[in-house]
Design a protein around this ligand. Structure first.
Ligand code: CA
Length: 477
């Protein structure tokens, strides 16, 4: 059953949109992974930017799962952190040395790279025996290059992303797994201070609770990308990490399978993030995130969040309702205590609102969509995948898994993040009308937001500063 799922899963990547405060995701078609992955950090163990992941959609149609993705942006704009990483920009791939040959050994360029890399790996402590064992069945995978090159900017509406990420199926499956793994998740919560419901939510978004972990042989896919080039050093670092796994005996080359871009395990860690954050929670001496048993993977994700500053006892955020005539200049901006927000007329959509800490008002779809107050822990989740939509999905899905109801306000139909070309056009049109957008660079910062608000006031719209499709359409008239 899993094999069927894996074969059909798609990989999605999400990216953060600079300046707009909204994360986007793009979803390259991949071998297995429902979600997007993050980027890695250059040279360090910390994840860096990256295309993150998108969420997967439900397991429903076995073979054609849709993935959830957030509004898309180009990879080059990606910036996130997540246990996994991906290359940041797409450059021109080396040509000539990467024949599309089927025969494994018929790739002299790859073989030459392998000989060179063998020396570099040994210089970093990898034994000849480990290297040769890991590469015994490694091969150049033209299909991986194909996928890497075919990633393009695409957009998906926030509603479609959120509906997929927090679908009824994912909530239902999540409640089932949350029940099955209650003992494990409780132990993890006691050890790391991160509520099990959010770990379950990450598990659900990343691999549909372990159903779509990816079946691409990691040594081969990472070797292919390292050889091919655009971010050779990044992928060689991922390979070194995998070789360390083999050398230490945590797993075997045969068991190390994952998404074509390198993310693997129940919660999709990139190899270098694995080295820094994975833990052995089963106590067998091996940090095995590739095992069927999700214990090490789930505990590793909790450890990742804890190491990035998760504050025990603080929620990620909560849905709120704004008063009429609310000053939208306060959206996506300053942090205030919930009691201060309450004095401005902001009310909890459900339950009570307590002063857990400073919170900012998050509006991803403008005044026409749901509003949230988000705390420090929301940003900690973003270290896993630097997209507001992803962090929101983790928070909302986690709460729903633990029994909470749906949002009180729906996401608006059709609202999506503007593509880069559209953002530039928006700035050009506003500038032409005399509004100062602080330049025309496709990055919607505070000046552009202020310009949008001024324009909205001039036409009698709610001045929420949100760069909507409708606003662009109107400006074009
Ligand atoms: Ca273990």
């Amino acid at each position: 059953m899993r094999a069927v799922f894996k074969a059909a899963a798609l990989l999605a990547i999400s990216v953060a949109l600079p300046g707009a405060g909204i994360a986007l995701a793009r979803a390259p078609e991949t071998s297995l992974r429902p979600l997007p992955r993050p980027l890695a950090e250059a040279g360090s163990a910390a994840p860096v930017s990256a295309p993150l992941a998108a969420a997967v959609s439900q397991p429903a149609p076995r073979a054609a799962r849709a993935e959830v993705v957030v509004p898309g942006v180009t990879l080059a704009a990606a910036r996130s952190l997540r246990p996994q990483l991906r290359p940041q920009s797409l450059g021109t791939a080396r040509t000539g040395s990467a024949p599309q040959a089927q025969p494994v050994a018929a790739n002299p360029g790859f073989e030459a790279w392998k000989r060179g890399f063998r020396g570099r790996a040994m210089a970093q402590g990898i034994s000849a025996a480990t290297f040769d064992r890991a590469f015994r069945n490694a091969r150049f995978m033209p299909e991986v290059i194909e996928k890497d090159r075919n990633q393009s900017e695409f957009t998906k509406s926030i509603k479609d992303y959120m509906d997929g990420a927090v679908s009824d199926t994912r909530v239902r499956n999540g409640r089932r797994e949350y029940g099955r793994q209650s003992t494990l998740l409780s132990r993890i919560e006691r050890s790391y201070g991160v509520p099990g419901r959010y770990i379950a939510a990450i598990w659900g978004l990343e691999t549909a609770y372990g159903s779509y972990r990816g079946s691409t042989p990691l040594i081969s896919s990472m070797a292919t990308l390292a050889y091919e080039g655009r971010r050779g050093s990044f992928y060689e670092a991922q390979l070194i990490a995998l070789l360390k796994v083999v050398q230490h005996g945590d797993s075997t080359p045969e068991n190390m399978q994952g998404s074509w871009a390198g993310a693997s395990g129940h919660t999709q860690f990139m190899p270098t993030s694995y080295l820094s954050y994975a833990v052995d929670f089963t106590g067998d001496g091996r940090r095995d995130i590739w095992a069927e048993d999700p214990s090490d993977s789930l505990a590793s994700s909790a450890n990742y969040l804890a190491r990035h500053g998760w504050r025990s006892g603080q929620p990620w955020g909560q849905e709120v309702v704004l008063p009429a005539n609310f000053d939208y200049g306060l959206a996506n901006g300053p942090e205030k205590m919930p009691s201060a927000w309450a004095r401005l007329g902001v009310r909890p959509a459900r339950g009570e609102m307590r002063d857990y800490g400073q919170a900012r008002l998050l509006l991803l779809a403008g005044s026409g969509g749901p509003a949230f107050l988000v705390f420090h822990n929301f940003d900690v989740i973003k270290r896993y995948n630097n997209a507001d939509t992803y962090a929101l999905a983790v928070g909302i899905l986690g709460d729903r898994i633990a029994g909470a109801g749906d949002l009180t306000r729906p996401w608006p139909q059709g609202e999506r993040v503007l593509k880069r070309a559209e953002r530039i056009e928006l700035q050009q049109l506003l500038t032409r009308r005399g509004y100062d957008t602080g330049g025309v660079d496709g990055i919607l910062g505070s000046r552009s937001t202020a310009a949008i608000r001024a324009y909205q006031r001039s036409i009698g719209s709610v001045p929420d500063g949100h760069p909507s499709v409708a606003l662009l359409t109107r400006l074009r008239r």
